[in-house]
Design a protein around this ligand. Sequence first.
Ligand SMILES: *Cc1c(COP(=O)(O)O)cnc(C)c1O
Length: 416
Amino acid sequence: MTTQSTPTHPQNVGSENVANSDALERCPIMPTYGPPSVQFMKGEGSYLYDHTGKRYVDWLAGIAVTSLGHSHPAIAEAISEQANTLLHVSNLFATEHQVPIAMMLDSMIGDGEPAGGQVFYANSGAEANEAALKLARRYGGHGRHVVVTALESFHGRTLSTLAATGQPSKWEAFQPLPEGFRHVPWADLDELERVLDETVAAVFLEPVQGEGGVNPATIEYFRGVRKLCDERDILFMVDEVQAGLGRTGKWFGFQHFLEGDDRPDVITMAKALGNGMPIGACWAKADAAAAFSPGDHATTFGGQPMATSAARATLETMLAIDAPTMAAEKTELFKTALLAIDGVDSIRGLGLLMAAELVGVDARKVAARCLQEGLVLNGVTDTALRMTPAITIDASVIEEGAQILAGVIAAVREEG
Ligand SMILES: *Cc1c(COP(=O)(O)O)cnc(C)c1O
């Protein structure tokens, strides 16, 4: 056996060397994400610090994950206490935080009143969605298993959530995908109605298409979907993985479009639920949840004590600070700061899940340059930047980021 040279991971070589092809060739990490450009070591509130100590304004929050900011003391304390108490036992047994979290989520979904649903815990957004997709099949029964989703949607990267994702370019390399998915144009009720035959078990939509370019639904669309589903006993399932938990100015994105008991049958969430700890959840109205019986679905880690301790502290903190109201206030500050920048044409989105449409510059180039200049955000299309900052971001940090962005847009425009 020949002795191999020790592989060098980009994380060990510092950001200057990350683009070095020799270092990448020996990287032990699979090439699914492309070469990382920065290695972050530390986060505090809405600031990040790289391995050289350089500080960055964070307008991305891990793509809508650390909604309470980095290193939040309540979550850090909950995690460290749990680490010294009980890490894991398996879902054959009850653990401390599952029921309190489910009750908090149920009352957020009911806008302060119990909504009467039940929760399944998962480890990620895709897994929360897998639970919803399996529930739809169990609810519909054999022969009535089709799930209808929207074009440009994003529901995850596992095989079935990829099949649900309405982006054909992402499917090609992985054919054949699981069958039973139908895709319709976004926000088009007529096209949706046309495909709702007797094989359809559920319609599954995001309240704001996040990865698809930040496209919010409308009252007319969601009410129309609710009605079409009610008439046919089809489940209306909403993917709140990115929009959920206060970010949009309401606890859940669908609450901008549906009122009172007129809510979705199934709601999935993940990203912000553990403020960075991996946890997902699938909530369903009790009559839909009743389609599952013991043995139908399970996960080893889903809902385990460590993740749920973080989720409990996250939700308790969000309730204590009234996160939706705070998000709505910060949204106004962002809009004012962004629209004052030369080159920002318009803002769209729902609350702090927003995109800025640029004119005369390549948005992905702007995002890359912002990172160099110490501002973290995302180029979500060729012409739009996506911002998903912490709900707790300070006004001064919004201002600081806006100044960096204004400088970068001006510089990139100058270069032509
Ligand atoms: C991020 C995301 C997912 C996938 O979540 P993972 O935790 O990455 O599996 C699913 N749906 C939406 C809307 C998302 O934004």
